[in-house]
Design a protein around this ligand. Structure first.
Ligand code: ATP
Ligand code: MG
Length: 579
């Protein structure tokens, strides 16, 4: 069976490996011109204030990918300058996720907090050059003095402090003599700059907060715009790739490096961040979902976090292929979730063994099969890959099939089981439904009686007679019980970031994003399934053993992704036509 290709409206599907991007062109020009001594050094700079998500995967694949392609290196650098939100738990999760995605920073694990002393020295240099000053306006006053897009700002009354006074105050800020917010260190640039960021940006602020790595060593912390360019420069980064929202920060990036004596002035290049439909890719929003209990944790399989996708059964290869296919562009866009799912199917189709499992069991008794008879039938593990071999599946008189594979009064085009109808049981026999048992109270169908044709063993009729439906099934007495969790989009709205007035993005959470089926029946070969193992349950999708909740005697599966369901498509088309 070919992997279905969902309709992907907005996304051209580039072949993985074949895509190119504008950053590669810049690097190739630089290499041709002999810039940076022919070196390429990139970095992935997460702030350890949350878990990584699929958007970060785009940045990871880009930065590590460029290093690999141009014989360069990529550093892992924690951009940890905001002690109130950062933690060692996040540091550990980030390492695990980058490694799991298949990238290696070797011994180049760096922390902006390791540069605090050096950064302080650089700040002193700026003060000595008359390029920075200590401001004592309050935060509200600073905001007011900054002006607006249409109105220039005005100079702080403290702007002309002497260098000596600035040095003294900055040292005393470091020594802990002042309270939070009493003073800040600002760059002295231009309060009338059309770029608001250049209106004397803050370089340091006082925060009496202990840092997860430096403890209480510091009570002043450097701001992003001061730290990032200098961390890049200290590490000898050549190409500093960041997302588009930093476009107007490039001016301050260059200003800082131009006003200090540094050996290396990296080039900041902005690219479009990844947006994905029906989900959110902002750490602030993901933290809300986790902390307010909308999901079970950072690794909830419905989240777009790397740990959530991993637990869901997404593979590193699928995610890397996805990042390759979406490419790297200059303009923001939203990628259809269906493309990510397509990449997952494409990978799993080749590597996941196929098995049979019934999610919503309906008992079937084969009336003409020997009472205590049983036999082993050979089943193919993956028709895409004959080297994956075959296995035996037990057959007996009582089986389970899927409830929705039977209809008492089938509409046209329903080719599965119905009274008097013959279908094939995959790898087994043709069966014909001869009787339907209903619950006398509810009227619900609770059991089917069928007959089988012994001549059709293996699934083919020697007389050449055809059936239209093939069903998966499990032998009742051999079945393993399992819980299966089905997932749907976390949000009902394609773009949950677009909120209506006085609404919150959580208003668009999908109330049925998870469905737990407690009484599923699986073929006995799955008794050996281990956490994170992946399978295709025939006709139902790809599933993986949950790595948190599954026990050897209590299997729990997550549905990773569905297969294309042609029946659902037909139903939809029929609904549209009103038939
Ligand atoms: P968020 O906006 O979700 O809080 P962030 O940019 O603050 O993310 P960082 O830890 O600073 O998170 O990100 C590390 C790197 O990953 C940065 O270079 C950032 O530009 C990049 N990145 C973050 N989100 C995306 C995204 N959606 N697509 C591509 N790259 C991203
Ligand atoms: Mg950031």
């Amino acid at each position: 069976m070919k992997t279905p290709n969902p309709s992907i409206k907005e996304n051209k599907i580039a072949e993985p490996g074949g895509s190119t991007n504008f950053i590669k062109h810049i690097i190739e020009e630089d290499l041709k011109a002999g810039k940076n001594n022919g070196k390429v050094l990139t970095r992935f700079p997460p702030e350890p204030n949350g878990y990584l998500h699929i958007g970060h995967a785009k940045s990871i694949c880009l930065n590590f990918g460029l290093a690999a392609e141009y014989n360069g290196r990529c550093n892992l650098r924690y951009d940890d300058t905001d002690p109130s939100k950062e933690s060692i738990e996040y540091v550990a999760s980030i390492k695990e996720d980058v490694r799991w995605l298949g990238f290696d920073w070797q011994d180049r694990e760096y922390y902006a907090s390791d540069y605090f002393e050096q950064l302080f020295e650089y700040a002193v240099q700026l003060i000595k050059a008359g390029d920075a000053y200590v401001d004592s306006l309050s935060a509200a006053e600073i905001r007011e003095y900054r002006g607006t897009l249409t109105r220039p700002g005005k100079n702080s009354p403290y702007r002309e402090r002497s260098i000596a006074e600035n040095l003294d105050l900055f040292e005393r800020m470091r020594a802990g003599e002042f309270k939070d917010g009493e003073h800040v260190l600002r760059a002295k640039i231009d309060m009338a700059s059309p770029n608001m960021i250049m209106r004397d940006p803050t370089l340091y602020r006082i925060r009496h907060v202990s840092h997860y790595r430096t403890g209480n060593m510091w009570c002043i912390y450097p701001m992003y715009d001061f730290t990032h360019c200098l961390s890049d420069s200290i590490e000898g980064i050549t190409h500093s790739n960041c997302t588009l929202e930093f476009e107007s920060n490039r001016e301050i990036y260059d200003w800082v490096l131009d006003h200090l004596e540094v050996d290396c002035h990296p080039q900041q290049i902005e690219f479009a961040r990844l947006n994905l439909s029906f989900t959110v890719l902002s750490k602030r929003k993901l933290i809300r979902l986790v902390e307010d209990g909308h999901v079970s944790g950072w690794d909830d399989p419905r989240l777009p976090t790397i740990s959530g996708l991993r637990r869901r059964g997404y593979t590193p290869k699928a995610i890397r292929n996805f990042c390759d296919r979406i490419g790297v562009a200059k303009a923001d866009s939203t990628v259809d979730m269906a493309l990510l799912e397509y990449c997952v199917r494409e990978d799993l189709n080749k590597c996941a063994p196929r098995v049979m499992g019934v999610l919503r069991p309906l008992k079937v008794v084969i009336d003409n099969y020997p009472e205590n008879g049983e036999e082993a039938l050979e089943a193919v593990n993956n028709p895409e890959d004959p080297s994956m071999g075959t296995r035996n599946v037990p057959f007996s008189r009582e089986l389970y099939i899927e409830q929705d594979d039977f209809m008492k009064n089938p509409p046209k085009k329903f080719f599965r089981l119905a009274p008097g109808r013959e279908v094939r049981l995959r790898y087994a026999y043709f069966i014909t439904c001869v009787d339907v048992v209903k619950d006398p109270d509810s009227g619900e169908v609770i059991e089917l009686h069928c007959t089988y044709d012994p001549a059709t063993r293996g699934g083919d009729a020697p007389d050449g007679r055809k059936v239209k439906g093939t069903l998966h099934w499990v032998s009742a007495k051999h079945a393993i019980a399992a819980q299966v969790r089905l997932y749907d989009h976390l949000f009902v709205k394609e773009n949950p970031n677009e909120v209506e007035a006085d609404q919150d993005f959580t208003a668009y959470l999908n109330p049925t994003s998870i469905e737990i089926l407690a009484d599923c029946k699986l073929e006995p070969s799955l008794a050996a399934a281990k956490p994170a193992d992946l399978y295709q349950f025939e006709r139902l999708g790809y599933f993986c053993v949950d790595s948190k909740d599954a026990r050897p005697d209590a299997l729990v599966f997550n549905r990773t992704v569905t297969l294309r369901d042609t029946w659902a498509k037909i139903l939809k088309a029929q609904k549209k036509k009103g038939t």
